[in-house]
Design a protein around this ligand. Structure first.
Ligand code: TNX
Length: 527
């Protein structure tokens, strides 16, 4: 055997090679990682490319932004949301050339879709880009869904590339705070949950027979008297203008527009009980705490009625930055059609006079609509079609699919059933663009899921009816129809179990969904 040359490097190379292989394989073993299949995205994004790798958010992770003030606020919200989950407070820094680690939120003109975003997760970076901070906010919700609901072996985000944008510009939910009153904090909680699933509109049904819930300074008895009760005769409540503005601001931070509704000429008993002059006979009505509809009407041929409406809308417009004012118009069974038509025409003009666009329930199509006005389809297809023929746009809220106050099944303890039973599948499995012959995507502004509260007196009741169905409406509004399948949705919804629990939502555990109840810990893999 030939002796080794004293300074031969060969054996060292071999040793080093073995050491490197050993160490990297160890590192692989110890570094926890996760898979995209462990996560569930609702609404499903337009394009998802699975990649290899995992990004881990730790206490050392830095969130970089490119110095835009509004973007910084969105970053701060992400930090707060993450802190709520993980008790870790991420640090921020401004983005500089060459940064290729950490989390990056960046505005980019290369993305041209409203609310759209591009997200890229690799082993060492999460990069989120959008045209504006709103798109970043939507994308940040996706990042939160890419995290486990509870800490696993770390805050692991699977590597992925996502390009996403919404199918409809208007993705709403409605809360009836008139039948039962809900506090500012309840409404904020509703907003939080909506934001997580990319809704962008909250319609507040502020007035009805049973209550007037928004302070109008020039007509103070509306809330003093009209806001004093609710269904069942309990104490009602109302939002002061400051409280309403607080809601508007809170929603705006989550890129949710508040649309206030003053329902008229019917559904007006609370106002009629507050001011005798709004009644044709000059006498105030009694406050009403039952659940019948269709018995009240403003006196449509008194001038004071229009002075009243002008004052109300003027004050409301001053508090409402969003483009729409909802004027109701439904179930005016105590108003003759010949009175209803000129009434709606005048109210429509008042809204335009103050620079806003009116929305009304589908009955308003009887009036002469401007082609920028929006009709909210809820029950009558002919009404919706007639509105489209006038050139108006349609907001889709078909009661038999999208009314979240309908029962899930015949034994649901809460809710109503006049429009049918809406289980989680029925709520999900419909397409707004094919529901009414003659009304397609170009005529539709979007969808909205109304929640009427005749039978719901607590926020837990509201949540029980809204969740999980609201997740389905979120997906109908946001995701491409070609990507929506019940089987896929069902699986993704089942995986939201821990997320809904983690947020303490009192949701209905539908038997149609094979809820994935295991702690999310078991979804992190070591290889
Ligand atoms: C119909 S939908 C109504 C509401 C009720 C609801 C109950 C609509 C425009 N009007 O006044 O609260 O049914 O489901």
């Amino acid at each position: 055997m030939k002796p080794l040359k004293p300074f031969s490097t060969k054996p060292y190379f071999l040793l080093m090679f073995i050491a490197v292989v050993f160490l990297t394989s160890c590192e692989k073993k110890d570094k926890p990682h996760t898979h995209l299949s462990d996560r569930s995205l609702i609404p499903v994004p337009a394009q998802v490319h699975k990649m290899d790798g995992t990004f881990e958010i730790s206490k050392n992770t830095i969130l970089y932004t490119d110095g835009n003030k509004e973007l910084d606020k969105v970053a701060q919200q992400f930090i707060n949301d993450f802190k709520g989950l993980g008790n870790l407070e991420l640090k921020t820094a401004s983005l500089a050339e060459g940064i290729d680690n950490g989390i990056v939120f960046k505005l980019s003109q290369q993305i041209d879709t409203e609310e759209g975003y591009k997200l890229k997760v690799t082993n060492h970076q999460i990069q989120l880009e959008a045209k504006n901070p709103e798109g970043i906010f939507r994308g940040a919700q996706t990042i939160l869904q890419l995290l486990p609901a509870k800490q696993t072996e770390g805050w692991l985000v699977p590597a992925v590339e996502i390009e996403d944008f919404p199918q409809y510009a208007y993705r709403g939910a409605m809360l009836d705070v008139a039948r039962h009153f809900f506090s500012v904090n309840d409404v904020k909680r509703y907003i939080d949950l909506m934001a997580a699933y990319k809704f962008n509109v909250l319609h507040l049904h502020l007035t009805d027979d049973q209550g007037w819930r928004i302070e109008i300074k020039s007509w103070p008895k509306l809330t003093e008297i009209g806001g004093s009760t609710e269904v069942g005769g309990e104490k009602g409540g109302f939002y002061t203008q400051e409280e309403y503005q607080d809601i508007v601001k809170y929603a705006a931070e989550k890129y949710i527009t508040i649309i206030p509704e003053i329902d008229m000429p019917g559904h007006t008993n609370a106002a009629l009980a507050s001011y005798p002059e709004l009644n044709c006979n000059g006498k105030a009505t009694e406050l009403y705490t039952g659940t019948e509809v269709g018995f009240s009407s403003f006196c449509t041929d008194k001038e004071i009625t229009y002075k009243f409406i002008d004052d109300v809308i003027k004050e409301l417009v001053a508090l409402t930055p969003g483009p729409y004012i909802h004027i109701g118009g439904d179930e005016s069974h105590s108003t003759e059609l010949e009175d209803y038509i000129p009434f709606v025409n005048r109210v429509q003009d008042i809204v335009y006079k103050y620079g806003k666009t009116p929305i009304g329930w589908d009955e308003i199509r009887h009036a002469k609509l401007k082609n920028t006005s929006v009709v909210q389809f809820w029950a009558n297809k002919e009404n919706a079609l007639a509105a489209v023929q006038q050139g108006a746009k349609v907001l889709m809220s078909p009661a038999s699919k999208a009314y979240v106050d309908m029962k899930y099944d015949s034994i649901t303890p809460l809710g109503l059933s006049w429009a049918g039973i809406i289980n989680v599948k029925t709520a999900y499995n419909w397409d707004p663009a094919t529901l009414v012959d003659g009304i397609g995507k170009p005529e539709i502004v979007g969808i909205e899921a109304p929640l009427w509260t005749e039978t719901l007196s607590k926020i837990e009741d509201v949540e029980y009816m809204a969740y999980p169905r609201l997740l389905g409406y979120a997906e109908i509004g946001w995701s491409q129809d070609s990507l929506r399948y019940w089987d896929s949705y069902k699986k993704r919804l089942s995986m939201q179990y821990q997320y809904l629990k983690q947020k303490n939502i009192n949701f209905y555990e539908s038997k149609l969904i094979p809820w994935y109840k295991a702690t999310v810990d078991s979804t992190a893999h070591k290889h």
